[in-house]
Design a protein around this ligand. Structure first.
Ligand code: NCD
Length: 404
């Protein structure tokens, strides 16, 4: 129990592989209690602070707390809070921690949830910090694979859509890589997975996703070509047979600078019922939802479409997480596996502060909340680069940098 009690979940890197699997075991148990009230969280309060739109994430967190037997106090609209008067994240969470036992936060600034965790003395869960991370979604995505396929290791997954701005796929790529998945990235030009994430996937986890601009472009050094020698291109439907799961995402309209740029990217890919017919009989079609027009409604009737069940798993996963972080349920952590990922406690990480250096990401929380001192980490696999300790953006070591 003690291992997870009191911890935060801000990044998918905050939990070891064994801790993730222990949460899944607890979620299996919680699945039996997604109706009624379990009564293990009597007297406990969750505060949900949502400064960006949400349906599933906020409601499933709140449902999870109510099912556990606790209560919820909620901000679903930042414009009616003191944030609209200029209150900072640090002050907000220092107030809220005296009203609640656990905080769930969604905020458009990258690194914002990390700031909340640094300033609050109660557990904080990141429900999405801009395009940066969405670790609880990753847990429910991985849990969906484990539940639906009966295994989590060594699966082959295609991530399809806006891989540049989609926070779910940023966290998920690492979650998959840690469990040995073969990851393929399918993104239209301009919406590819950011280069620094690809570099980290390769250097830390040995995962080198092959990248394609569309499903139809998935050529042929793979199984499809073995079956149809001489083909330069595969049909989109044929390539679906390569994957255990196809994870589709929407184009993230709210992250585009202009309507024109969004319109250009929109509808550049779509999964139809016809394409799905060729997928493996036991393949999963996943989507974090909401969908716009990248996933045809006719796909819903295909038994491989699991996205509504995926969303439903959000409740037992979040029940398990909240119960573990609040110490309400014991969590059995399995034996260490050779080479498994283990997080370093933040205080042991050698973060550096350079006088006057700013993070190069305009949407990083450190460029919006003036009391924060930017901190950087040396990028082990790329000498001369540092990464922001809040939003992970990489940048060259500040010129003439002296550590202060
Ligand atoms: C996702 C999000 O908010 O990042 N939704 C969710 O949490 N289920 C995906 C999205 O909005 O596209």
């Amino acid at each position: 129990m003690a291992l997870l009690e009191g911890r935060d979940l801000i990044s998918i890197f905050d939990f070891s592989d064994r801790e993730i699997e222990a949460i899944f075991d607890l979620a299996d148990d919680m699945s039996k209690h997604t109706r009624g009230r379990l009564g293990v969280a009597d007297g406990m309060i969750m505060s949900t602070l949502f400064y960006e739109p949400s349906t599933r994430t906020r409601l499933s967190f709140e449902s999870a707390m109510l099912r556990l037997g606790g209560e919820v106090i909620s901000v679903a609209d930042a414009s009616v809070t003191s944030v609209a008067k200029g209150e900072t994240i640090a002050d907000t969470v220092r107030i809220v921690e005296s009203y609640a036992d656990v905080i769930v936060i969604r905020n458009p600034l990258e690194g914002s949830a990390r700031v909340a965790a640094d300033f609050a003395s109660i557990p904080v869960l990141n429900a999405g910090d801009g395009p940066h991370e969405h670790p609880t979604q990753t847990l429910l995505d991985l849990y969906t694979i484990r539940r639906e396929k009966g295994k989590l290791r060594d699966v082959s997954v295609a991530l399809v859509g806006d891989l540049r701005h989609g926070r779910t796929v940023h966290s998920l790529a690492f979650g998959l890589a840690r469990f040995g998945a073969k990851v393929t990235c399918v993104a239209p030009a301009g919406l590819e997975m950011p280069a620094h994430l690809l570099a980290r996937l390769e250097h830390e986890f040995g995962c080198c996703p092959v990248q394609y601009p569309s499903l139809a472009e998935i050529v042929t050094n793979d199984e499809v070509v073995k079956r149809r020698p001489g083909r330069q291109r595969a049909l989109a439907s044929e390539v679906l047979s390569l994957f255990d799961a196809v994870y589709v995402t929407r184009v993230q309209k709210e992250r585009f600078e202009s309507e024109e740029a969004y319109q250009e990217a929109k509808s550049s890919y779509a999964i139809t019922e016809k394409m799905i017919r060729k997928a493996r009989p036991d393949a999963l079609v996943m989507h974090p939802l909401p969908r716009v027009d990248e996933l045809d409604y006719n796909v819903d009737r295909d038994p491989r479409a699991v996205y509504f069940r995926q969303a439903a798993y959000g409740v037992p996963i979040r029940m398990a997480l909240v119960a573990a972080l609040l110490g309400l349920r014991s969590v059995r952590i399995g034996k260490a596996r050779k080479g498994e990922y283990k997080p370093k406690p933040r205080r042991e990480v050698d973060f550096r502060k350079f006088a006057d250096a700013r993070c190069g990401n305009a949407h990083c929380v450190t460029n919006h909340e003036s009391y924060l001192k930017p901190q950087f980490n040396l990028v082990e696999y790329a000498p001369g680069l540092v990464s922001c300790a809040y939003c992970d953006q990489e940048m060259p070591m500040p010129a003439g940098a002296k550590r202060d």
